[in-house]
Design a binder for this molecule. Structure first.
Ligand code: NAD
Ligand code: ZN
Length: 346
């Protein structure tokens, strides 16, 4: 089969690889029908996630058809269409029992990181019963694949960790797919204001069309002063959805006393934590790797038409053009890209 293989920082190739095979009785082999690329894949290529070894197939988002199941798999069968969660969970360990699936003793975020991922024709899914969601045969795969990672991430690590409440003033720094997912799911809680901050004018325009009440160019030198002036004391919730020191710093400078700072971005470098200023302001700082405990809830909202993740899709490529899809997603501002879909035979 063919797969998108990481070759070390800044190196990737579309290569032949042996098809995956069942290794444990709880495994399934899934033929990928729809996949996509995440901002985290770009971090991996920047070298920000050093545990990813050369030779690894990337990708932790996907929808596919079950081709083969191990003898212990109960919930999914050959021929089923399934959504693959970016987080693998055994469902049995101490962390899974506390719904901290991201730290499952035998799973967690392993797909496209510690085991081969979903930007390939086939993928092995460990603990298939607890790591996949059965979809209707006619499910919109492009909408569903947004629930592998970006929607649970924006919702759990941004909106829920940020404790967005009715009437809150919320600032989201980073209008990529994750920041935009936070923007869409924050609206479930009726905040008074939703401010989006990014460098990319196109993404800010998309943010306004998705319900942002105001948008700001992150390159403005007096942005902190402008935001503090506009909000009085600062924002109730600051969501960091970029993953660089500058955006974390912006969040800690604009959060109001009693407010929440929810960091979503994957950081490759340390940040300067202004604890000497934050403690006396009663700031709650949350961080986290997504657990995907909200996936079933999000699926229901999408099926009921309360969330429209398909709005994120700007580009489509055949799976065999994954290299080109990376070029496009990697130049998102120039290409006006939000989420790029990789289509395989459906
Ligand atoms: P992305 O790269 O598509 O988007 C990042 C956005 O940040 C872009 O729109 C970019 O223009 C903007 N940006 C860059 N520099 C900026 C600056 N100085 N000020 C303001 N905006 C700036 O990525 P994404 O897919 O939306 O993911 C966002 C972050 O979330 C990434 O760090 C990703 O790794 C992380 N992530 C975290 C989890 C988790 O479990 N915590 C899961 C998935 C993704
Ligand atoms: Zn577990």
């Amino acid at each position: 089969m063919k797969a998108l293989v990481y070759g070390g920082p800044a190196k990737r190739s579309w290569e032949d690889k042996p098809n995956p095979t069942l290794q444990e009785p709880t495994d399934a082999i899934v033929r990928i029908t729809t996949s996509t690329i995440c901002g985290t894949d770009l971090h991996i290529l920047k070298g920000d996630v050093p545990e990813v070894m050369a030779g690894r197939t990337l990708g932790h988002e996907g929808v596919g058809i079950v081709e083969e199941v191990g003898p212990a798999v109960r919930n999914v069968a050959v021929g089923d269409k399934v959504l693959l969660s970016c987080i693998t969970s055994c469902g049995r360990c101490d962390y899974c029992k506390r719904t901290i699936y991201s730290h499952c003793r035998e799973g967690g975020w392993i797909l496209g990181r510690l085991i081969d991922g979903t930007q390939a024709e086939y993928v092995r899914i460990p603990f298939a019963d607890t790591s996949t969601y059965k979809l209707a045969k006619d499910a919109n795969e492009e909408a569903m694949v947004m629930l592998s990672d970006i929607f649970p991430t924006g919702y759990e690590v941004g909106v829920l960790n940020g404790a967005v409440k009715p009437g809150d003033v919320v600032a989201i720094v980073g209008a990529g797919p994750v920041g935009l997912s936070a923007l869409l799911t924050a609206q479930l809680f009726s905040p008074a204001e939703l401010m989006m901050i990014d460098l990319d004018p196109n993404r800010l325009e998309v943010a306004r069309s998705f319900g942002a009440t105001s948008t700001f160019d992150a390159s403005k030198p007096d942005l902190v002063e402008e935001l503090l002036e506009k909000t009085g004391d600062g924002v109730d919730v600051a969501i960091e959805a970029v993953g660089i020191p500058a955006t974390f710093d912006l969040c800690q400078k604009i959060v109001a006393p009693g407010g929440h700072l929810a960091n979503v971005g994957v950081h490759g470098k340390p940040v300067q934590l202004e604890l000497q200023k934050l403690w006396i302001q009663n700031i709650t700082l949350r961080t986290g790797l997504v657990d995907t405990y909200s996936t079933s809830q999000l699926l229901k909202m999408v099926n009921a038409g309360r969330l429209e993740p398909i709005k994120m899709v700007t580009h489509r490529f055949p799976l065999s053009d994954t290299m080109k899809a990376y070029d496009t997603f990697g130049a998102a501002a120039r290409e006006k890209a939000i989420k790029v879909i990789l289509q395989a035979g459906r």
